[in-house]
Design a protein. Structure first.
Length: 458
């Protein structure tokens, strides 16, 4: 009886074992799939948040676990492309197409990558393959527009022209008794007008001005990936004041910059010359030569360093201010999110030496500038900007009029907004307030500017 029971138990277990094993295997597979899905979702979240380094590592781990998963390969490729790891990205996109040759999105992303690399023929071929699929009308229109852009880009020459019309209000057009000019509508030109002496009136005077700026950019690509190009720029600015014509400014500038780009690095060697006229009279010529290095830290972060040697030659009686400067600067830029919040920090240091020492009009100085700016894309058409800067200027020579060395500090705050009217034109408005402090009261004043701009690109 006991032997019978034992035999029955063994037979029963042998009969049930395949069912038990199958159930156990299914449960294990389900656990693996759940684990893979959880890890994929976590990696995808990192990618969506713009944390491409962490996403790259997470998808690489997943790729080792499931190398034939097309979706994992795709997002690994996207993460690699965002980090400019082009070889890994191309290899992963190719694996996706081997697993799913009909993946139109993969072909479009691969075409985009080839385009960014300058491989226009390869990008064109991928777009042609994508167009063979049954695409929605909107997608097909975008692909055809992309092809047209590639056709245009295949020309080694590229051109862009921008016209800026500015209507501005200045609360202190004479800068009190100050000695700087700030150009409304093109604030990047402020630094090229050092030492401009305006009408010496003890009273602050407000005025309305109208400005026109024309910027022409041209670049020539020598046609090799990761190699040399030349970027050129011409700038013309004319600012007219309603009441104080003696402060009218004309600025003409030219720049050429041989540039070498490879992988995440870009090196440029800019040569610049500009001419400043006050009230239709020649005032100042600046000439400079420099070098800059820009590094892409990640898909949305850049760090740049620049050195510039500048010569300043004044006209007429102002020639006593002739000087040369060594200028060093660092810049960090970070774009966060899909509608990016852009953070920009810039620091510069200038050591200016007057050609001839002149106690009557000292110009040798040490100047330090810290600028912090931010801009936020609110929608497809709206952008908001805000910023602040702090400048210290310490003059080297003793000014005989005050029997001390002049020291100035300028604190400036900026607010602005921009609205995109269409593909070629936009409007903007800005408000800035500057507080000029000095150990020589003659140079202390406040200044508020309001500018309305219309910008047209063609």
């Amino acid at each position: 009886m006991i032997k019978f029971l034992i035999k029955s138990f063994v037979v029963l277990n042998l009969c049930c074992f395949p069912v038990y094993a199958a159930n156990t295997e299914n449960a294990t597979n389900q656990q693996i799939q759940n684990s893979l899905k959880a890890d994929f979702d976590a990696a995808k979240t990192l990618f969506d948040q713009g944390q491409f380094n962490q996403a790259y590592i997470a998808f690489e781990v997943l790729l080792n676990r499931t190398p034939e998963n097309a979706l994992v390969n795709f997002y690994f490729a996207m993460s690699a492309a965002a980090l400019k790891r082009t070889d890994q990205a191309i290899a992963a996109f190719d694996r996706v197409l081997m697993l799913n040759p009909q993946s139109v999105r993969t072909r479009l992303e691969l075409a985009k990558l080839y385009f960014e690399m300058g491989e226009y023929a390869l990008a064109h071929a991928e777009l042609d393959r994508a167009l063979r699929a049954n695409l929605p009308d909107a997608v097909r229109t975008n692909v055809l527009a992309f092809k047209a852009r590639i056709d245009k880009q295949q020309s080694r020459h590229s051109h862009a022209t921008t016209l800026v019309l500015t209507l501005g209000y200045d609360s202190n057009v004479n800068n009190g008794n100050g000695d700087t000019v700030e150009l409304a509508g093109l604030t990047s030109l402020e630094s090229v007008l050092p030492g401009v002496s305006l009408d010496e009136s003890p009273d602050e005077q407000s005025d309305i001005g109208f400005g026109q700026t024309l910027v022409y950019n041209h670049s020539y690509d020598f046609g090799q990936r990761g190699a040399w190009s030349v970027n050129n720029q011409l700038v013309g600015l004319n600012r007219l004041n309603k009441d104080y014509s003696q402060n009218n400014v004309v600025y003409l500038g030219a720049l050429t910059a041989p540039t070498y780009q490879h992988d995440i690095y870009k090196v440029a060697f800019p040569l610049e010359i500009d001419r400043v006229y006050l009230d239709a009279n020649g005032y100042l010529v600046n000439a400079s030569v420099g070098a800059s290095l820009e590094q892409l830290l990640s898909a949305n972060q850049t760090l740049a360093a620049t050195y510039k040697l500048r010569s300043m030659q004044y006209d007429g009686d102002n020639s006593i201010r002739n000087a040369h400067s060594n200028i060093y600067s660092m810049r960090y830029r970070h774009a966060i999110g899909d509608k990016p919040l852009i953070l920009d920090a810039h620091f510069s240091y200038e050591n200016r030496q007057q050609t001839k020492n002149a106690n009557a009009d000292p110009a040798s100085l040490i100047e330090k500038v810290l600028k912090l700016n931010t801009s936020k894309v609110l929608s497809a058409r709206w952008r908001f900007m805000a910023g602040a800067s702090y400048t210290t200027t310490d003059y080297v020579q003793v000014d005989w009029r005050f029997d001390n060395k002049r020291a100035d500090q300028v604190t400036r705050f900026d607010l602005g907004g921009q609205y995109q009217i269409n593909r070629t034109s936009l409007t903007s408005a800005s408000l800035n307030h500057a507080i000029h402090d000095s150990n020589q009261g003659y140079y202390e004043f406040d200044k508020t500017q309001i500018n309305l701009n219309y910008i047209y690109r063609f």
